[in-house]
Ligand binder design. Structure first.
Ligand SMILES: N[C@@H](CCC(=O)N[C@@H](CS)C(=O)NCC(=O)O)C(=O)O
Length: 208
């Protein structure tokens, strides 16, 4: 059986989510660095893998898959891990995945991109993103007040996806200080076997 190959760039939050899920599931993977600065993600060979011209992408045999949420769901299904135990838990996992890419990820990632100089924007635009990110963080903090993980009693890909947003809040200048439940949950995620930070989860170059 050929190894799964993850395409991405180590600075990318969505790529981190896929790499972190593979690591938490104990699955080795090959890695292809996609040089966004050089425009590699818009070249025909990469567009044949990800028609949206973005990272990440995952190749498993003949299957070429993109969108981090879809990749997480595929991995959970393929390996029978972290997908939720019952039909309701699986549906709740999907709820979190759709919510986080609506309310949390874009606002945290764009605030980070502005702070790190990947994206240029006026201060009012930055304030808009951080305000919306804080709105989402309040909701998340409330949800974590009474449960150890987002769905059920164990970590799922919902935790992976949401962790892969919140992990970049600091770089985006968003203070997690007021969110004690989020901070306690992050510490729990960081103790899971196979956990890696975004600096460690993904190679900086191609890896077999
Ligand atoms: N919703 C997508 C977002 C992917 C995304 O925004 N990737 C960024 C890097 S973090 C990218 O490829 N940007 C280049 C572009 O969109 O042209 C996912 O979850 O996979």
């Amino acid at each position: 059986m050929s190894k799964i190959t993850l395409y991405g760039i180590w600075l990318s939050g969505p790529t981190y989510k896929a790499g972190l899920a593979l690591s938490l599931m104990g699955q080795p993977f090959a890695y292809k660095h996609v040089d966004l600065r050089a425009g590699a993600h818009k070249q025909p060979d990469y567009l044949a893998i990800n028609r949206f011209g973005q990272v990440p992408a995952l190749v498993d045999g003949d299957l070429k898959l993109c969108q981090s949420g879809s990749i997480l769901l595929y991995l959970a299904d393929k390996f029978g891990k972290m997908g939720g135990k019952t039909a309701e838990e699986k549906a709740r996992v999907r709820e979190w995945l759709f919510w986080e890419y609506d309310r949390l990820a874009p606002n945290v990632y764009r605030a980070r991109a502005i702070k790190r100089g990947f994206m240029k924007a006026d201060d009012s635009v930055y304030q808009l993103y951080t305000g919306l990110a804080n709105d989402a963080l309040k909701v998340l903090d409330g949800a974590l007040a009474s449960s150890s993980f987002l769905v059920g009693n164990e970590a799922t890909i919902a935790d992976v996806a949401v962790y892969g947003d919140v992990a970049y809040a600091g770089e985006g200048g968003i203070d997690l200080g007021p969110y004690s439940n989020i901070k306690a949950w992050m510490a729990r995620v960081e103790k899971l076997p196979g956990f890696k930070t975004y600096e460690d989860a993904l190679p900086k170059q191609d890896a077999a």
